[in-house]
Design a protein around this ligand. Structure first.
Ligand SMILES: Nc1ncnc2c1ncn2[C@@H]1O[C@H](COP(=O)(O)OP(=O)(O)OP(=O)(O)O)[C@@H](O)[C@H]1O
Ligand SMILES: [Mg+2]
Length: 308
């Protein structure tokens, strides 16, 4: 299948600020690739560069092994950005027809019908876009991105501003597009849960740098040891907390309250060791066990690490 998007050491400064500090990752054909990061991380900037709307200062960018300036490559890319660029005073069908004409799509009418069906807007095709909800606009943007039957879709926060039910619908459509229409999907998001639900691969960007990149499954495994959760009755008294701080290999997280969370170094301590240690210091334990860390925790801990 091959590599759909290849980014290598992409740098970009805007004004005096370095916005992208050498970004590299690959999106393979068939991926639903999640580009995660907090606000201001550089997601939209990356996407603008991917689409040729902004020029990188240095680095290498290829789509399907070729330069993005080529018309033949542009025809293989569909995109949806924010703002969505839909024409409010035109109907959905007219909006799609407009783009079908730009891309010189033969038999645009049939294509438009099937796209409206794909995004669940068949019965609203003749309504003006200014009557649409945010979720409907986002779905119409997806249809528009697909008008010329591209191989890869590049989507900047496709569920932004959409209510939870609407988000579920959009995610379903994206899965359908990837699996049944056989498209490669690259989407940015700051919503980890969303990415966890539909993406097979992720990259995490923070302040212009990629902090982590890989298969979702292998990332889960990397942090698979998770941690040890101990619920105490009433928490731990300060002196015990001080003792624990002197044992960094136990990896106590700075949590106040009755629930303690440890991520001990490999081979350093097991649940029973920690329970014994705490009990020896008079801490009353209600429950103890291992738990897989969620991607949410990974995200938080990676972003926190950089803060230090
Ligand atoms: N035209 C510009 N001139 C100067 N700085 C800019 C410009 N556009 C964006 N930036 C800065 O670049 C950084 C990255 O912005 P970008 O829009 O790529 O982030 P993002 O990850 O898409 O964030 P969000 O989740 O809020 O959409 C931000 O600090 C932003 O202020
Ligand atoms: Mg953005």
């Amino acid at each position: 299948m091959g590599t759909a998007i290849h980014l290598e050491n992409i740098k970009k400064a805007l004004g005096r600020r370095e916005i992208l500090k050498g970004i590299s990752f690959d999106v393979e054909s068939g991926d639903i690739f999640g580009y995660l990061g907090p606000n201001g991380a550089g997601k939209t900037t990356t996407i603008r560069i991917l689409l040729g709307l902004l020029r990188a200062d240095s680095g290498k960018l290829e789509i399907f092994g070729q330069n993005i300036g080529l018309d033949s490559i542009r025809m293989r890319i569909g995109f949806a950005l924010d703002p969505d660029g839909l024409y409010d005073m035109m109907t959905a069908v007219e909006n799609l027809q407009y783009f079908a004409d730009i891309y010189r799509v033969a038999d645009g009418g049939a294509r438009i019908d099937s796209l409206l069906e794909l995004v669940g807007l068949s019965d609203r095709g003749d309504d003006m876009v200014n009557t649409y909800s945010k979720g409907m606009r986002q779905r119409l943007s997806l249809a528009r991105a697909m008008v010329h039957n591209p191989d890869v879709l590049i989507l900047d926060e496709p569920t932004a501003g959409v209510d939870p039910m609407g988000q579920i619908e959009i995610r379903k459509i994206l899965l359908n597009i990837a699996r049944n229409e056989k498209k490669t999907v690259f989407l940015s998001s700051h919503n980890l849960d969303e990415v966890q639900r539909i993406c097979n691969r992720v990259a995490l960007i923070d302040r212009g740098e990629i902090r982590l990149c890989g298969e979702l499954e292998s990332l889960r495994q990397k942090m698979g040891r998770g941690g040890i959760v101990i619920e105490t009755r009433g928490g731990i008294p300060d002196p015990v907390f001080e003792v624990l701080k002197k044992r960094p290999e136990l990896g106590l997280h700075d949590i106040s309250g009755p629930t303690l969370f440890f991520t001990p170094d490999e081979g350093e301590a097991d649940v029973s060791d920690i329970v014994a240690f705490l009990a020896g210091h008079g801490v009353r334990i209600e429950q103890a066990g291992r738990r897989e860390a969620s991607l949410e925790e990974l995200y938080a801990s990676i972003l926190a690490e950089v803060e230090k």
